[in-house]
Write a protein that binds this ligand. Structure first.
Ligand SMILES: Cc1cc2nc3c(=O)[nH]c(=O)nc-3n(C[C@H](O)[C@H](O)[C@H](O)COP(=O)(O)O)c2cc1C
Length: 163
């Protein structure tokens, strides 16, 4: 996946390298500024069975900061924020690959280094009982639930570092 570019990001971002599930590294820029989730919008995307983006709606484009052309064909981890523990995504993948629906709170990294919180549901798309891909629909999360998720993820990240 392409590295994030210094020219794309907001001022006062810090550079980091993250390791993705497939072993590859990505240079990212993080800026400690939240972009509020817009009222009344649903952010929708679909992927193939590997999590490569095959479709996304206008709200997805608006909130991620990437163009549709930059998103289609990229792994969904293009939005991966390092504050979300690996175990959260492992739980998501285990659930949806097992054919069930998953829901949870996710902090996403924008092209400009800022972030946004979502309440996401992910469902498997099945044809004749076979999983052909996945679809995720995100809603505006409640602030209380975001605060709870954030506190939990901080603890889970500490456990990650110590393991
Ligand atoms: C339909 C679908 C939607 C996803 N949406 C997101 C998302 O919004 N943000 C995100 O970081 N990961 C999302 N993921 C999970 C990523 O595929 C990936 O597992 C995650 O970013 C962690 O990266 P890693 O698996 O390379 O460690 C989604 C996966 C699927 C199947």
């Amino acid at each position: 996946m392409n590295d994030m570019q210094p020219n794309d990001v907001a001022p006062n971002c810090t550079e980091q390298r993250i390791r993705l599930y497939d072993g590859s590294e990505r240079r990212i820029f993080l800026c400690d500024e939240e972009v509020p989730y817009p009222d009344g919008k649903l952010i929708v995307s679909s992927t193939d069975t590997e999590g490569v983006i095959t479709h996304c709606n206008d709200s997805f484009v608006d909130m991620s900061g990437y163009s549709e052309a930059e998103l289609i064909g990229q792994p969904h981890s293009i939005l991966r924020h390092p504050d979300i523990p690996k175990a959260a995504f492992a739980d998501m993948w285990n659930t949806v690959q097992g054919g069930e629906k998953w829901a949870g709170y996710i902090k996403n990294l924008r092209k400009d280094g800022r972030y946004y919180w979502v309440y996401a549901t992910v469902v498997p798309n099945k044809r004749a009982g076979v999983i052909k891909g996945f679809t995720s629909v995100r809603r505006k999360p409640s602030r209380d639930r975001v605060n709870e998720a954030q506190a939990l993820y901080v603890e889970m990240k500490k456990a990650e570092v110590n393991s």
